[in-house]
Write a protein that binds this ligand. Structure first.
Ligand code: ADP
Ligand code: MG
Length: 258
């Protein structure tokens, strides 16, 4: 029997993934409870993005189990058999997950408001006036209530990234994935994006955040995972891991970024 109050929002059990002979994820196991924030840190090439992409149906896992809110990602279980979801079922599952990338990927020919309205209208069939009202609310929530009619080119990188967050929230996701959301920003714009993410965490959103912002991890994350070479090297309370890393590889990485 599953109990929704104890089912983790994300559960990875022995998740593995190769590209050709390159084994990028080597039996990753972790879980994120509802309302928790997990930060993943680690050197470039360690498999962080691939892991997020597996959760978001952008890559398929080769082995192990990955579930979101108790449902296997991309599969349905019947007895002891697994059936691959049909594209329509898979996209329905994927719709419940919001993702924010390093590059903001806004539609350049649409205003900020139109960017946020687009998916609810196209995917969910929400009427235009209702989508616009909700988009306006979400823009206000990310501090851009007066910028709805601006095109991306006329917004700063930090503002564009906040629109990207509002756009993801417009689909009412139960899980938000962030892949180095501040890495492409000028340093003075990082704080405004992190503040929006902190607010989101405080509102109870379940989040997985790949980041090099250790201050954010220390302050906001419930758990910190250090990945290297496709494995979870160590994990735990962020304050503990950052202050007292147990593994030499974690120590070496942190000495470079802290
Ligand atoms: P990180 O996000 O930690 O920097 P990635 O998940 O992007 O790491 O990449 C991990 C490894 O997987 C790298 O060696 C990368 O070259 C490889 N990789 C990622 N995506 C692909 C792909 N689509 N095809 C082939 N190799 C890939
Ligand atoms: Mg990456």
């Amino acid at each position: 029997m599953t109990d929704s109050s104890t089912t983790p929002m994300v559960l990875a059990d022995g998740v593995s993934k190769s590209f050709g002979s390159n084994e990028v994820l080597k039996s990753i196991s972790l879980s994120v409870n509802q309302g928790e924030v997990l930060c993943i840190v680690g050197p470039s090439g360690s498999g962080k993005s691939t892991f997020l992409r597996c959760i978001n149906h952008l890559e398929r896992v080769d082995a192990g189990r990955l579930s979101v809110d108790g449902q296997l990602v991309g599969y349905r279980q019947h007895g002891d058999k697994l059936y691959e979801l049909k594209p329509k079922e898979a996209s329905k599952q994927r719709r419940e997950i919001g993702m924010v990338f390093q590059r903001f990927n806004l539609f350049p020919h649409m205003t900020a408001l139109e960017n946020v309205m687009e998916a609810p209208m196209r995917v969910k069939g929400i009427p235009k006036s209702q989508a616009a009202a909700r988009a306006q609310e979400l823009l206000a929530r990310v501090g851009l209530g007066t910028k709805g009619d601006h095109y991306p080119a006329h917004l700063s990188g930090g503002q564009q990234q906040r629109v990207a967050i509002a756009r993801a929230l417009a689909m009412d996701p139960k899980l938000m994935l962030f892949d180095e959301p501040t890495s492409a920003l000028d340093p003075e714009l990082v704080g405004e994006v992190l503040d929006v993410m902190k607010g989101l965490a405080a509102s109870g959103m379940t989040m997985i955040v790949v980041t090099h912002e250790m201050g954010f991890a220390r302050e906001v994350a419930d758990e910190l995972v250090f990945m290297d070479g496709g494995v979870v090297v160590e994990s735990g309370d962020p304050r503990e891991v950052l202050a007292n890393p147990q593994h030499q590889r974690t120590q070496a990485f942190l000495s470079k970024v802290l």
